[in-house]
Each structure stands twice: as structure tokens, then as C-alpha cells.
Design a protein around this ligand. Structure first.
Ligand code: FES
Length: 81
């Protein structure tokens, strides 16, 4: 990781480093430069720079979130409250 001199950091490829945000009762949102791989190191294709990773275990699209966590919560919301 490289410092930009503006209080920011970039990867060696000029992209911001990845951030991971856990959503209450929902997925982990991963943004930025990262690679998602199977246990054997095989890259898992993704369509964008932001992905939602399932952490409830109910998704039919693992490792990605398919929204099934909302059914488990019973209230249709993924946020607090
Ligand atoms: S976190 Fe969304 S389906 Fe598991």
C-alpha cells in the first residue's frame, strides 16, 4: 500500500484499498481493490468492485448475498431496529 501524500492510501495498482462494512443482520459489503477466491485459490468472478458477501448462511448464491437474510429477520429490513 502506498501513501498518496493527501492522507490517503492506494494499492500499487492505483486503487483505494478494500473496505469491509458489516451490515446489521445482513451481508458484509466489500468495496475497493480485492480478489475473491475459492479455498484452492481459484478466483471467483464478480461483476463489479462492490460485492455483498453472505454471512447468515441462507444464500443460494454463496458466497454472495441473495437477500435471504431479510426473510430470516422476518421484518424485511437489513438495518438496525
Ligand atoms: S447475508 Fe444476505 S443472504 Fe445471507
Amino acid at each position: 500500500m502506498l501513501a498518496t501524500g493527501k492522507g490517503e492510501f492506494m494499492t500499487e495498482f492505483g486503487e483505494p484499498p478494500a473496505t469491509i462494512t458489516p451490515y446489521p443482520d445482513g451481508p458484509l459489503i466489500v468495496r475497493g481493490a480485492f480478489e475473491l477466491c475459492e479455498l484452492d485459490g481459484t478466483p471467483i468472478p464478480r461483476s463489479g468492485k462492490t460485492v455483498a458477501l453472505c454471512r447468515c448462511g441462507r444464500s443460494a448464491l454463496k458466497p454472495f448475498c441473495d437477500g435471504s437474510h431479510k426473510l430470516a429477520a422476518g421484518n424485511g429490513r437489513s438495518g438496525p431496529g
